[in-house]
Write a protein that binds this ligand. Structure first.
Ligand code: PMP
Length: 422
């Protein structure tokens, strides 16, 4: 449990105290090397001791299958698993914890919707609206669905600045799509989309709305009731939680009308050789033995973030984004992709450095204990829009501070020296 007096003031996060909670950030990675600057939280965040200890406690003290055993260990595991569901529901202001389904990650959550809701509701000739900025996990499941059902995908264009073209959205909405699915925050460009407005317009056009919250739920206050969407998918591992933990939130009436995603144990009411009936939600969508410890660990991550306060988390990252903008702007030949201002942008920076290959940039930074990502960030269509195959990406979280950005900028100076551009 996080003490609210040591990790934040009324408005700010105490990054030194937060960093002390993360064992990975406090180890000596190479003898005598500088501390680790971990700038790849958009891929997966690090985990605080409270989450690691929660997993440890589960496996040491009450490891058991849930909803089955009439014995104390199983009862404790069940009670804590369901308590984690309530924590997650409160975190996104879901009207009911029953609307939160534990899955492995955002990808599984979106596939669940594409499979169960999609096959029932999207038919030949129907239109599904996505955007050109989607992560592959909010694109490929819809491609599979469209191919199977004979439906058509249409893509909202991007402005030159890396924002969504809402006039183009309006044009596509005149085709009365069955679904509009979009990421709240772009993992490649850091753009924060106006999810309330996009959802409002899509609902007026009669569409069901799915929001990919993989990059928003960890970083900003997200409230499904004020968003007005129908589905929200997110990953626990990007928000301080264990690998293999994720959530699909869906409106109860939609979840209840949907057929199961996978069949097996736990998701049934009654099984006959001739057929079966289904359990109520969320059990209907949690076939087989779930990742019990991981879900409980996600509950601990949610407690940690809630103690920090998501408003403060957002403000902290906004401050980092402003500083990163200013400092990266000082590096010659560096081009930041995406919005050229801190308003409406998350602390995720994709950039190119002259013609130095992003893998070389990342490898040199790694030699200085600065972890960034290089590649297409699972957004190949978006990279084509940018006219690049890959970028270097630095992304920031609660344990990062100005010093991480100063080290990144100094490291980029060294990259330029090595490649003879300085
Ligand atoms: N959507 C977005 C916007 C993402 O950033 C990611 C992860 N990079 C995903 C979806 C997929 O998340 P996961 O790999 O946890 O399924």
């Amino acid at each position: 449990m996080v003490s609210s007096t040591t990790r934040q003031t009324a408005t700010d996060l105490d990054v030194a105290a937060i960093r002390a909670d993360f064992p990975v950030l406090n180890q000596e990675v190479r003898p005598g090397a500088e501390r680790l600057s971990f700038l790849d939280s958009a891929a997966s965040s690090q985990k605080p001791a409270s989450v690691i200890e929660t997993l440890d406690d589960y496996y040491r003290r009450y490891n058991a299958n849930i909803h089955r055993g009439v014995y104390q260990l199983s009862e404790e595991a069940t009670q804590r698993y369901e308590a984690a569901r309530h924590l997650v529901a409160d975190f996104i202001n879901a009207p009911s914890a029953r609307e939160c389904i534990f899955v492995r990650n955002t990808t599984e959550a979106i596939n669940l919707v594409a499979h169960s809701w999609g096959r029932r509701n999207v038919n030949a000739g129907d239109v599904v609206v996505l955007t050109v900025m989607e992560h592959h996990s909010n694109l490929v499941p819809w491609q599979l669905l469209a191919e199977e059902q004979g439906a058509e995908l249409a893509f909202v264009r991007m402005t030159p600045e890396g924002r969504l073209d809402l006039d183009h959205l309006d044009t596509l909405l005149t085709r009365e799509p069955k679904l509009v699915a979009f990421s709240h925050v772009s993992n490649a460009l850091g753009t924060i989309h106006d999810a309330v407005e996009i959802t409002r317009r899509a609902k007026v056009a009669g569409a069901t709305v799915l929001i990919d919250g993989a990059q928003s739920v960890p970083h900003l206050p997200v409230d499904v009731q004020s968003l007005g969407c129908d589905f929200l998918a997110f990953s626990g591992h990007k928000m301080l939680g264990p690998m293999g933990s994720g959530v699909l939130w869906g409106r109860r009436e939609l979840l209840e009308a949907m057929p199961p995603f996978m069949g097996g144990g736990s998701m049934i009411r009654k099984v006959e050789l001739s057929g079966s009936t289904w359990a109520d939600v969320p059990a209907k969508f949690e076939a087989g033995t779930p990742a019990v410890g991981d879900a409980i660990g996600l509950g601990a991550a949610v407690e940690y973030l809630s103690e920090l306060g998501m408003d403060r988390v957002q403000a902290h990252e906004h401050g980092l984004a402003g500083y990163a903008f200013a400092r990266l702007g000082e590096v010659p030949e560096l081009t930041i992709h995406g919005p050229k201002m801190t308003e409406g942008r998350a602390a995720v920076f994709s950039f190119s450095l002259g013609d130095v290959h992003p893998h070389d940039v990342a490898a040199i930074l790694d030699s200085e204990n600065i972890a960034v990502r290089a590649g297409h960030h699972c957004c190949q269509p978006l990279m084509r829009e940018l006219g690049d195959v890959a970028t270097t990406r630095a992304s920031f979280y609660v344990y990062n501070d100005h010093d991480d950005i100063n080290r990144l900028v100094a490291g980029l100076g060294r990259v330029r020296q090595i490649f003879g551009s300085a």
